[in-house]
Write a protein that binds this ligand. Structure first.
Ligand SMILES: N[C@@H](CCC(=O)N[C@@H](CS)C(=O)NCC(=O)O)C(=O)O
Length: 255
C-alpha cells in the first residue's frame, strides 16, 4: 500500500481533525500542506472538490474530513474511533455532523473576522507555517491584498456574520456543556472518539489553547475585545472540556 497523502491548509481546524484521527488510529500519511489560496490548485490536482482536507489513497480520493475518518475507522477498527457499539456510532456520527455544520464554520469566521484586519498578525500566522512550501510563504505577503478580500467574500466574513457566528459558538458550547453535565469524561462512551476529536479541533479557533498541533496563533495577537471573548469561552465547561481532550492528545503520542 502506498502511504496516503493528506492535502491540507496547514492550520485548518478540519485538517487538524483529520490529522488527529489518523494519528490516533496509528495510520501513516504524508502531509502536503499549503497556505490558503495556494490550496486550490493542490486540491484540484489531488482530485478533491474544493476544500481541504483531501486524502489520496490507493483505494481512491477522500474529499472531506468525514470520509477520511470513516476510512481510518475501516482501516483500524480496533482504534474504536466511532465507539464500541452501534448506538455509540450513531451518536458519534450525529455529533460529528452537527459540529461540522454548527461549530466549525463559525469558530473560523469569528476568528478570521478578528485577525484579518491586522495584516502583520495574519501574515505572521501564514509565514510561521513551516510545513508549507517556502515559495508560498515568500509569495503570500504580495498576494495578501488580493487574498484577503477573496477570503472575506468566500466565508462571508463581516461584522454581522461574525456576530451571528459568535451566537452559534455560544449555543454549541451550551449544548456540549449540557451533555457533559452528568460528569462524563468523553462525549460518547468511555473513551476518546471522533466526537471528542471533532469538538476539540473545531472549537480551537475560539479557544487558541497553546497547542502546537493546531498550528494556530497565540491568543495575544487578537484585539482585546476578542481576547476577552476567548477567555469567556475558555472558562466555559465546554472550553475546559476541549482543553482536557487537547491535553490527552499531547500526552498520548501517535500509536
Ligand atoms: N466539510 C468539510 C469542510 C472543510 C473545510 O471547510 N475546509 C476549509 C478549511 S477550514 C477549506 O479548505 N476551505 C477552502 C475553500 O473553501 O476553498 C470537511 O469536513 O472536510
Amino acid at each position: 500500500m502506498t502511504t496516503p497523502r493528506l492535502v491540507t491548509i496547514s492550520f485548518s481546524h478540519y485538517c487538524d481533525k483529520a490529522r488527529w484521527a489518523l494519528d490516533h488510529a496509528g495510520l501513516a500519511y504524508h502531509e502536503e500542506a499549503h497556505l490558503p489560496g495556494f490550496h486550490a490548485p493542490a486540491v484540484r490536482r489531488a482530485g478533491g472538490k474544493r476544500t481541504t482536507p483531501v486524502l489520496v489513497t490507493d483505494e481512491g480520493v477522500l474529499p472531506d474530513s468525514k470520509d477520511i475518518l470513516a476510512w481510518a475507522d475501516r482501516q483500524r477498527p480496533e482504534a474504536r474511533l466511532y465507539g464500541r457499539a452501534p448506538e455509540e456510532r450513531r451518536e458519534i456520527e450525529a455529533l460529528e455532523a452537527m459540529l461540522g455544520d454548527e461549530l466549525g464554520p463559525h469558530t473560523r469566521r469569528w476568528a478570521y473576522f478578528h485577525i484579518l484586519p491586522d495584516r502583520a498578525a495574519t501574515l505572521a500566522m501564514f509565514t510561521s507555517q513551516t510545513v508549507t512550501p517556502s515559495h508560498e510563504r515568500a509569495i503570500v505577503p504580495f498576494a495578501f491584498p488580493v487574498l484577503r478580500p477573496l477570503m472575506r467574500r468566500a466565508m462571508r466574513i463581516d461584522a454581522e456574520g461574525a456576530e451571528r457566528s459568535r451566537k452559534k459558538v455560544d449555543a454549541t458550547f451550551d449544548t456540549i456543556a449540557e451533555r457533559l453535565s452528568d460528569g462524563r469524561a468523553f462525549l460518547v462512551g468511555d473513551a476518546l472518539s471522533v466526537a471528542d476529536i471533532t469538538f476539540a479541533t473545531l472549537a480551537s479557533p475560539a479557544l487558541l489553547w497553546e497547542d502546537p498541533s493546531s498550528r494556530l496563533p497565540p491568543v495575544d495577537v487578537l484585539p482585546p475585545a476578542a481576547v476577552s471573548r476567548i477567555q469567556a469561552w475558555r472558562a466555559h465547561p465546554a472550553g475546559q472540556f476541549a482543553l482536557q481532550i487537547t491535553r490527552l492528545r499531547a500526552s498520548s503520542p501517535p500509536r
